[in-house]
Design a protein around this ligand. Sequence first.
Ligand code: AMP
Ligand code: GLY
Length: 428
Amino acid sequence: MNILLIGSGGREHALALKIKQSPLCKQLFIAPGNPGTAQHGVNVEIQSSDFRALGSFCLEKGINIMVVGPEDPLVNGIYDFFKSDPLLSDIIVVGPSAKAAQLEGSKAFAKSFMDRHGIPTASYREFSISNFEEGVEYLKGHSLPVVLKADGLAAGKGVVIAETHEDALGAFEDMIKLSKFGKASERVVIESFLSGVELSVFALTNGKEFVLLPEAKDYKRIGEGDKGLNTGGMGAISPVPFADKAFMQKVLDKVVQPTIKGIDEDGLVYDGFVFFGLIKVGDEPFVIEYNCRMGDPETEVVMPRLASDVVEMFIAMDQGNLSQYEVKVDPRSAATVVLVSGGYPETFEKGKKIDGLDQANDQNTLAFHAGVVEHEGLLLSNGGRVAAITSFGNTIQEAVDNSLKKIKNIRFDKMTYRKDIGYEFVGF
Ligand code: AMP
Ligand code: GLY
């Protein structure tokens, strides 16, 4: 199989490593990739938004499978672009149609989907400029804290958890009247706050059948003890100790199965990963969000723990053989610690020389590149999240400690990271 992977982050480095391990993978290309993905395949200078150029490249190289890492090209219709072109339609695309990607691309779409299919989620209402005043009254009477979500994609920044009615009304006005997130906040979902612990569950589906991948927990806040601003993710662990057999059975029965059934009943065309952002309230799972792709940095712990051949799984997805597919999982724990540029998630500098990154790789540790570029033989930082250092261990703590030990020998100017990833699970 010739495979094209779309994206350029730590998630794509982890996917590239896993895809290239498959004996079924003949050639691997990554567009546009990063210096880490280039260790496992050939990077191609095509942006993920340039569907036409990606299509031509697939024809030129005889690509059989295209794996789409990030959400933007999916929401913008890369699946539909390929499937509507007779020359490209035989290519297996791992990633849903634009319509199905609305499960991530529109919070209002996702909420009404969950409502329709009886999937547990926070109660909500949806507002826009046409019923703004009604929204103001609704907010004034809402219990606190209250959650406001810009409807569209806002790079993970479109959620406000307001502790007072005053803050809530301010955020509501910013979103709808002042277009704080542009078109994404033309519509706003207001929902009740759920109190509990979060985890991420992943499935690979063809819209009728699915398999589950190892679950993970990510650490979104910049500061230790989960304090400070939200980021794309500062680290992740897998497995998640509180996701025991009984709880995961509930997730399967109340969330995953009804979601796949709902996708089928609604006629949504869905090949690819579903990311269930869940919260455990008491003993019950609720859906906070759907994403139509793998998570980052969760992929950097999920892929290393996946003992099955991921390319074989993509083929089973395409051929309708997922229900018989048995996913094998490495029983060890994995943890990833993300190295970020000082100042992130606000302003930060790029172009810092990175030392010791690839030297961290050994039988227990994988150094995934994220915001990294190569320039004249040097690795330079090129983003907020620069690298994700994943290690295995017999326990979560051991896995985190192994990564922290390795990080001592990695350096770039103003490098920052959290030393407390997995802190709730010391002893697991
Ligand atoms: P989202 O972009 O929907 O994942 O929301 C970002 C983060 O906001 C989530 O990871 C949660 O930590 C938090 N969040 C979102 N919705 C709720 C909710 N209804 N109750 C509590 N926390 C929430
Ligand atoms: N780590 C959260 C995400 O990928 O959206």
